[in-house]
Design a protein around this ligand. Sequence first.
Ligand SMILES: [Zn+2]
Length: 260
Amino acid sequence: MHGLSAQELLLIWEVGLRQHPLDRALTILALALPEAPRDELLALSVGQRDAHLLAVRERTFGAQLAGFAECSACQERLEFVLDVADMYLVPETEDGTRGMQESVGASLWAATAQVHELTIEGYALRFRLPNSLDLAQVVRCGDVAAARTLLVQCCVLQASQDDGAVAVAALPETVLTTLVESMGQYDPQAEVQLNLSCPACGESWSVMFDIISFFWSEICVQAKRLLRVVHTLARAYGWREADILSMSAARRQLYLEMVT
Ligand SMILES: [Zn+2]
């Protein structure tokens, strides 16, 4: 895995403009993890995918991220800075890396294919965690209940009661609810909550951190900034876009300062 270069940022931005966020995530990972087969990226659980995205984001834009939110009580605009290191909810792997970002290959595939077991109300379930392919199906659902049912149908490999097979569609509502909760516990990185408090009025609340939309916003800002730099330097020196983008950021910045 590597952080994204200037050329890669622009490529992702250009391709991603026409994509659904789920596909943008895969576009980013395919460039940052060229050694990973596409099948493996698609089969990453949502939490594994997000841990990888967070790691790519960290290597591209640094160890901190800046965000803002509006207080729901007094509408004060809050700006905050977070350490990316605090946002990994998966344990460090044996080789000291976080989020399995170094382990794409056989070991990651094995982790992805992991089957979990759960017994609820007399039903014995074997299931895997939701991945990008499952989500791609679920986004077409009109309502939350239908989405949950479809997700469960994708992920439950086997359901039985008293040694007899049970159709997933016949599982009681309470079993489905517990199952979905259990999936979340096995894949904590899939739901990162940020706890915020308002310094103006003391209100506290939490928001879901969506790494795809956050990273995509940063990519858009950076892509437009890069294109403006290319425009300025190309006009001043007559250099090609590819040559300007392949310079180090420090060198580009210095030339920019000399012409502006
Ligand atoms: Zn407030």
